[in-house]
Ligand binder design. Structure first.
Ligand code: APR
Length: 320
């Protein structure tokens, strides 16, 4: 059986890391696409040349021609611009919306059967627009945010509790922005919910609140340190986790930006929610019941995403 084909649209910091991880995990043959000639070809060749030492079997190619992504099983989209210090994800909207239009059309015309994972920010609005520009079914188009936000939360919690990250589960809902909703009630250490750990004296409410805030600011913290761009190792790893679940039909339960059609009382919009990812793409949106305070935070986050959707409609009147 032929190997799966993975098209990476955007061969920048995240795109290159995605290609490397896909190769190391032997998820399939990789095509790196970018508008800047030389970058995708150079990164593809560089990674291919690491193959003999790593011992992976995966073809790596780079291209500036959408025809080369033909028949891709998975497309991961990072095309666009990242933020610099002082910028919010929302400041990227105008530029990246235009990029989503060309990327959506490229996928529509060349890889209409692919499972598409968008990473470009501002994430929830960009994946919503990408789905419309591509015309692909909504269950085949999703956005990577919740896996990353949850991973950041899990990392900070594991350091605070001095336990393995493997035993920390975390749950982050809502838009991928300052209003994201880390749900402490559903986050655990080996099944023990965080509020119980506060009661048990493992941490204090103040420390937990600080970790929640650090999670919300997780992207900005990295931007502030790097100064020249935004995070790329953890975002790439998170998207690869989603791609692997699709390609291997793992049916992982992962938080990601998915189209809600009735779930959480929302219609025709993308926002971070728990999902099941398997061979059918987004096979299920898990409609959990939120507590009163959680609902207030979630609604605020949803409003922020709706504001970005309205701004997108103001720029491109084909969006509905
Ligand atoms: N089509 C294809 N590629 C494009 C296009 C386009 N229309 N416009 C820009 N690109 C390419 C750039 O040439 C660059 O190589 O997208 C790549 C983006 O790479 P980086 O600038 O290194 O950005 P990166 O850190 O990978 O982040 C990409 O993901 O997390 C988000 O906020 C981040 O929106 C940003 C995106």
């Amino acid at each position: 059986m032929a190997r799966p084909k993975i098209a990476l649209i955007g061969a920048g910091q995240i795109g290159g890391t995605l290609a490397h991880l896909a190769a190391l995990k032997e998820l399939g043959d990789v095509v790196l696409f970018d508008i800047t000639d030389g970058i995708p070809q150079g990164k593809a060749l560089d990674i291919a040349e690491s193959g003999p030492s790593e011992g992976f079997d995966a073809a790596m190619t780079g291209t500036t021609d959408y025809a080369d992504i033909a028949g891709a099983d998975v497309c991961i989209v990072t095309a666009g611009v990242p933020r610099k210090p002082g910028m919010s994800r929302d400041d990227l909207l105008g530029i990246n919306l235009k990029v989503m239009k060309s990327v959506g059309e490229g996928i529509r015309d060349n890889a209409p059967d692919a499972f598409v994972i968008c990473i470009t920010n501002p994430l929830d609005a960009m994946v919503w627009a990408l789905q419309q520009f591509s015309g692909l079914p909504a269950n085949k188009v999703c956005g990577m945010a919740g896996v990353l936000d949850s991973a950041r939360f899990r990392h900070f919690l594991s350091v605070e509790f001095d336990v393995s990250m493997k035993d920390v589960t975390a749950f982050v809902l809502g838009g991928h922005g300052d209003t994201m909703v880390p749900l402490t009630r559903y986050s655990t250490v080996a099944g023990i919910p965080l509020p119980d750990l506060v009661d048990m004296g493992w941490t204090t409410q103040e420390k937990l609140d600080a970790i929640v805030q650090r999670t919300r600011d997780g992207g900005a913290e990295i931007v502030g340190l790097l100064k020249t761009g935004s995070a790329f190792y953890a975002p790439a790893t998170s998207a690869i986790e989603m791609a692997e679940s699709y390609l291997k039909d793992q049916k992982r339960v992962l938080p990601c930006a998915a189209q809600c059609n009735g779930e959480f009382g929302l219609k025709d919009m993308y926002v971070g929610v728990p999902t099941v990812i398997g061979a059918g793409g987004i096979e299920k949106v898990i409609d959990i019941k939120l507590g009163k305070d959680e609902q207030v935070m979630f609604d605020k986050s949803v409003d922020a995403v709706k504001g970005l959707m309205t701004a997108c409609k103001g720029i491109d009147d084909t969006l509905v």
